[in-house]
Each structure stands twice: as C-alpha cells, then as structure tokens.
Design a protein around this ligand. Structure first.
Ligand code: OFO
Length: 170
C-alpha cells in the first residue's frame, strides 16, 4: 500500500510526464509545418509517445499498489519556436527539469522507506540518463551546424540514427 506522501509525489510525476508528452507534441506539430525537417518532426512525435508511456507506467504502478492515479489537467505548452534550435534547447531544459523531479522522488521514497517504489523508480533514473545524454548530443550537433542550411539537411538525416541508438523505449 502506498503512503499518501508517496502517492501524491507519484501523481505529481504523472502530471510531469503528461506535460512532457504535451510539450513535445506541440514541438512536433510546429516542426511538421516547417519545410525539410521530416525526421526531426518524427523525433518529436516519437518522444511525445515515449513520455505518454512513462506516464502510463506510473499510472499502472500507483493503481496496482492500492493507490489511485489521478489524471491531471494540463496547461497549454509553447506552440511556436523561433527556430528548430530553440525547440531542441527547450527539450534539453525540460529533460533536466524531469531528471531533477525523478531524483526528488527517489529521495522521498527513501525517506518514506518505500523500497518497492524506490526500486520501481530506478527505471526512470536510467531513462533520464539516456534522455539527457541524447538531448545533449543533439544540441551539440546543432551548435556545430550553426546557421548552415545544408548542415540542417544532414542533421535531419542524422537525427533518426542518433535517437535510435540513444533511446531505451520499452
Ligand atoms: Fe523524458 O522523461 Fe519521461 O521520464
């Protein structure tokens, strides 16, 4: 059985994962109407799906352990971006925030001596290492490209292989 403190903390993470999915879905929709970045668009859509999967995993865990997973209200994410670079920087900043939130959850689980939840959260700890590393790699590559349009074309071709290697989708 989950303590109220753990249940509330896990439900807050449900909200964050749902919000992440919305944030990346908005990036995907914006990217889809920009010319020539089909694979970057696909990357955002896939990332959004992954976040929904992270959310569902939490929902099932909470409910399976005798709690009640609350489906959250979400605020509207940013809809447009000055450039693809800005969108991908925002993605990295968002992932860093998610990692902090997961670390905070791990702390709460330890304080509450909830070792089952602590064990469950290890998957998210590992996932965040992967996702942050992937987002950093992508941003580093974009930094190298600068404003070069040909570079962006090659980057768009490249991003699928980068994301397939770096991702631990379940
Ligand atoms: Fe990208 O983060 Fe979920 O966990």
């Amino acid at each position: 059985m989950l303590s109220k403190t753990i249940q509330d903390a896990l439900n807050e993470q449900v909200r964050i994962e749902a919000e992440s999915s919305q944030v990346y879905l908005a990036m995907a929709s914006w990217a889809e109407i920009q010319p020539g970045i089909d694979n970057i668009t696909a990357f955002f859509y896939r990332h959004s799906d992954e976040e929904r999967m992270h959310m569902l995993k939490l929902i099932h865990f909470i409910n399976d352990r005798g709690g009640f997973a609350v489906i959250p209200e979400l605020k509207q994410p940013s809809l447009t971006f000055p450039s693809i670079k800005h969108a991908l920087q925002a993605l990295l900043t968002h992932e860093i925030m998610v990692s902090e939130s997961i670390n905070n959850l791990v702390d709460i689980a330890l304080t509450e001596k909830d070792y089952a939840t602590h064990n469950f959260l290890q998957w998210y700890v590992a996932e965040q290492i992967e996702e942050e590393a992937l987002a950093r790699t992508i941003n580093d590559k974009l930094e190298l490209i600068g404003d070069d349009k040909g570079g962006l074309y090659l980057f768009d071709r490249d991003i699928l292989s980068v994301s397939v290697v770096g991702s631990t989708v379940e």
